[in-house]
Design a protein. Structure first.
Length: 180
C-alpha cells in the first residue's frame, strides 16, 4: 500500500551557502530532506531550498538555528504541490583519459588520478572561492580530504560537490574491482 502523502514545508534561504549547509545538517539530524527550487516569488538570488515534512519543521528550524544556518522563510505547501526537484545528476558528465578521470557538473570539473585517487585538477566556474577550493583540494586523495561543501560558499562549490561525489563513487567502484 503506498505511503500517504504528507504536508510539506519549504525552508528558503537568502544565500546559497546556507542552502548548501542545510541538507547535510538536517540529514545528520535524522530528517528526510529533498533539495528543490523554490517558487519564483521566493527566489532572492538563491535558487535552492529544502523540503521537509511539515510535522518536522519546528525541530528542523531549531537544528538549523543551532548550527548557524540562516533561514529566510518557511513556507507550508499544500498536499500535492509540485516543486521542481534539483536534479544535478543530469548535468554530470565523466571523461576517462586513461590514467585520469574528469567529472564535470555544470561548469565545474574535478580530475583525479586513477589508482591512488589523487586530485590533480579543479577548474571551471567563475566564483570567487574556486582558487581557494583548488588550493585546498589539489593533491588530496578523493574521499580522504575535505569536501567542497565544507570549504566553499557559492553555487560553484555546490556543483563541485556533486562532481566530487560522483568522482568518489567512480573511484570507489574502481578500487573495489582491483581488490577482487
Amino acid at each position: 500500500m503506498p505511503e500517504e502523502e504528507k504536508d510539506k514545508a519549504l525552508i528558503v534561504f537568502d544565500y546559497i551557502y546556507h542552502a548548501m549547509r542545510a541538507k547535510p545538517v538536517l540529514e545528520e539530524g535524522g530528517f528526510k530532506v529533498r533539495e528543490v527550487a523554490p517558487p519564483v516569488e521566493y527566489r532572492t538570488g538563491c535558487d535552492l531550498a529544502v523540503e521537509v515534512d511539515a510535522t518536522d519543521v519546528d525541530a528542523a528550524e531549531n537544528l538549523l538555528i543551532e548550527k548557524g544556518v540562516l533561514i529566510l522563510d518557511i513556507l507550508f505547501m499544500p498536499k500535492g504541490a509540485k516543486l521542481i526537484p534539483v536534479y544535478l545528476t543530469k548535468l554530470i558528465k565523466t571523461v576517462d583519459f586513461g590514467d585520469y578521470v574528469m567529472v564535470r557538473c555544470g561548469n565545474m570539473k574535478i580530475t583525479y588520478q586513477k589508482g591512488d585517487g589523487t586530485i590533480v585538477n579543479i577548474s571551471g566556474g567563475g566564483c570567487p572561492d574556486i582558487p581557494f577550493l583548488g588550493m585546498r583540494l589539489y593533491g588530496t586523495v578523493i574521499g580522504k580530504g575535505p569536501h567542497p561543501r565544507e570549504l566553499g560558499k557559492t553555487v560553484c562549490a555546490y556543483t563541485l560537490e556533486h562532481a566530487y561525489e560522483k568522482a568518489l563513487e567512480i573511484f570507489q567502484k574502481e578500487s573495489g574491482k582491483k581488490g577482487k
